[in-house]
Design a protein around this ligand. Structure first.
Ligand SMILES: [Zn+2]
Length: 237
C-alpha cells in the first residue's frame, strides 16, 4: 500500500513537472512578442510594396515629361518652325517642362528615400522575426526532450504501479483513490510510533488498543484524517 502511495506521489510529481516546464512559460511569452513583430513585419511588407509601386509611377512620370520635352526640343532644333510666335510658345513650353521635370525628380527622390527607410525597417523586423523563430525552435526542442524524458519516467512508474496495484484488493484501491483525491494526494500513511504520518496526529489510546487487537490484514483508518493507516516496523501496535 505504501509502495503504491509512493509511486502515485512520484507520478504526481512527473505530471507536475510536465505542466510546469519553464519552456512552457518561455514559449508563451515568446509567442506574444513574436506575434507583435510578425504583425509589424506584415505592415512593413505592405509599405515596401506600396512604395515600390509609387516609385515605379514616379519614374514613369519623369520619363513621360522628359520624352515630351525631347520631342519639343527636336521640333525646335529642326528649324521647321519659323513663326516667332510659335517659337516663343515652344520655348516657353520647354521651360515649363523643365520645371515640371525638376518637381517630379524631387518627388521621385523623396519616394526613393522613403522606400529605403521602409526597406531598412523591413530588414530589421525580418531579422528579429527570424531570431524569434530560431529561439522558438530551440525552446521547442528542449521542451520536447524534457517531455520525452518525463514520459519515459511516467511509463516506467506506471508499470511499477500496475505491478504493485495487482497485489492489492480492488475495493481497497478504490477507497485509497477516494481518500487520495480528498486529502491532497495522500490516501495512505504509515503509523509511526503512535502517530499517523498523514495528519501527524497522535492516535487516542482507545484507538491504539483497538488497532493492536486488529487482524494483520485488517484495514486501519486514522480517526483524525480518515486515511488508511499502514502498520510498519516503526508502529507501536
Ligand atoms: Zn491521520
Amino acid at each position: 500500500m505504501l509502495d503504491l502511495q509512493d509511486l502515485d506521489l512520484q507520478l504526481d510529481q512527473v505530471a507536475h513537472k510536465r505542466k510546469s516546464l519553464p519552456e512552457h512559460a518561455a514559449l508563451a511569452e515568446l509567442a506574444t512578442e513574436k506575434s507583435v513583430v510578425d504583425r509589424e513585419l506584415v505592415t512593413a511588407d505592405t509599405e515596401v510594396s506600396d512604395l515600390q509601386r509609387e516609385q515605379k509611377k514616379a519614374d514613369s512620370d519623369v520619363d513621360q515629361v522628359r520624352q515630351r520635352k525631347a520631342r519639343n526640343q527636336q521640333r525646335l532644333d529642326s528649324g521647321q518652325i519659323t513663326s516667332p510666335r510659335d517659337l516663343e510658345n515652344l520655348q516657353h513650353e520647354i521651360g515649363s517642362l523643365d520645371r515640371r521635370i525638376s518637381d517630379l525628380e524631387d518627388a521621385e527622390l523623396e519616394v526613393m528615400e522613403r522606400l529605403e527607410a521602409a526597406e531598412a525597417t523591413q530588414a530589421d523586423l525580418r531579422t528579429r522575426a527570424d531570431a524569434f523563430a530560431g529561439r522558438q525552435a530551440e525552446l521547442e526542442g528542449t521542451r520536447d526532450a524534457a517531455l520525452k524524458e518525463l514520459d519515459e519516467q511516467r511509463a516506467s512508474l506506471g508499470d511499477q504501479r500496475a505491478t504493485v496495484a495487482a497485489e492489492i484488493p480492488e475495493d481497497l484501491i478504490a477507497m485509497y483513490q477516494r481518500l487520495r483525491e480528498r486529502n491532497g494526494g495522500i490516501g495512505a500513511a504509515p503509523l509511526v510510533g503512535k502517530r499517523c504520518m498523514g495528519c501527524r496526529m497522535e492516535l487516542a489510546p482507545s484507538d491504539l488498543t483497538r488497532f493492536k487487537a486488529a487482524a494483520p490484514d485488517a484495514v486501519l483508518r486514522c480517526e483524525e484524517c480518515g486515511r488508511i493507516l499502514v502498520r510498519t516496523a516503526e508502529s507501536s501496535v
